[in-house]
Design a protein around this ligand. Structure first.
Ligand code: SAM
Length: 232
């Protein structure tokens, strides 16, 4: 279970109404029962139920059961698409071990704003579901040109482009990282963006094969290829 509270020796963790309902109403736990908690920062902690109520409760930390296991330093940048498909991309990015998820506004991106809090909550759910100890940050929407202008030194950007006939996403000669993968919107990148991306010394275009994939498929395919080559 995810909690937004420090975890450590001697810590007592108060539960929200929803968490109490889930643990004591749905899971039928009682005082003394064990619960594994994580907060995305302190690893996984074994706790026991100290107080159980309808509207709240308290869990006491016993010991760390798993250390924090952050994924490799890979960012997934993507242009948000329809709501359900954007949710899908966030969920799969968490499962596949992206360290940071960055929604990007491009020339052909439809949405001008996103619900960052909703997407972050979705990332938490995905981390809970796949037994992670780490929750990637989902950032606010960033404009592509600004991102490129403020690009962090040393981070390599692989931008997935169906117009890139040759180079498949391999990491030969890609260097030690850190990395970022960029997926375009349903309409693809504009010519101006392509030019701008190709002019960046840290960026290179990569292909995901000869067929045009939908953006959500492309995100999963790119993360998979990256995992095969470099991930853990
Ligand atoms: N511009 C295209 C069109 O309208 O025909 C389609 C764009 S595609 C649906 C959405 C995004 O997925 C692209 O911007 C790209 O990042 C990625 N993508 C899809 N297929 C790809 C492929 N074969 N190789 C590399 N990237 C791909």
């Amino acid at each position: 279970l995810y909690v937004d509270h420090p975890l450590g020796a001697g810590q007592s963790v108060p539960l929200s109404r929803d968490q109490a309902h889930y643990l004591f109403g749905v899971m039928r736990l009682a005082v003394g029962d064990p619960v594994a908690l994580f907060n995305g920062r302190d690893g996984e902690w074994l706790t026991t139920v100290a107080e159980a109520g309808k509207r709240g409760g308290v869990l006491d930390c016993v010991e760390q059961s798993r250390p924090l296991m952050p994924p490799p330093d890979l960012w997934l940048l993507f242009a948000p698409i329809k709501k359900a498909r954007t949710d899908f991309i966030v969920e799969k990015a968490v499962e596949m071990g992206a360290a940071r998820i960055v929604p990007v506004q491009t020339d052909f991106t439809n949405s001008e704003r996103i619900r960052q809090d909703r997407l972050q909550a979705h990332a938490v759910e995905a981390a809970e579901q796949c037994g992670g100890t780490f929750v990637p940050e989902v950032t606010d929407l960033h404009r592509l040109d600004r991102l490129l202008a403020d690009w962090p030194a040393g981070r390599q950007l692989m931008f997935c482009d169906e117009a890139e006939a040759g180079a498949a996403l391999t990491l030969e000669g890609a260097g030690p990282g850190p990395w970022a993968i960029l997926i375009g919107p349903e309409g693809g990148f504009s010519e101006a963006e392509r030019k701008r991306l190709l002019a960046q010394p840290f960026a290179r275009a990569v292909s995901l094969g000869p067929r045009i994939l939908r953006a959500d498929t492309a995100a999963v395919a790119a993360l998979t290829l990256w995992q095969v080559a470099l991930g853990d």
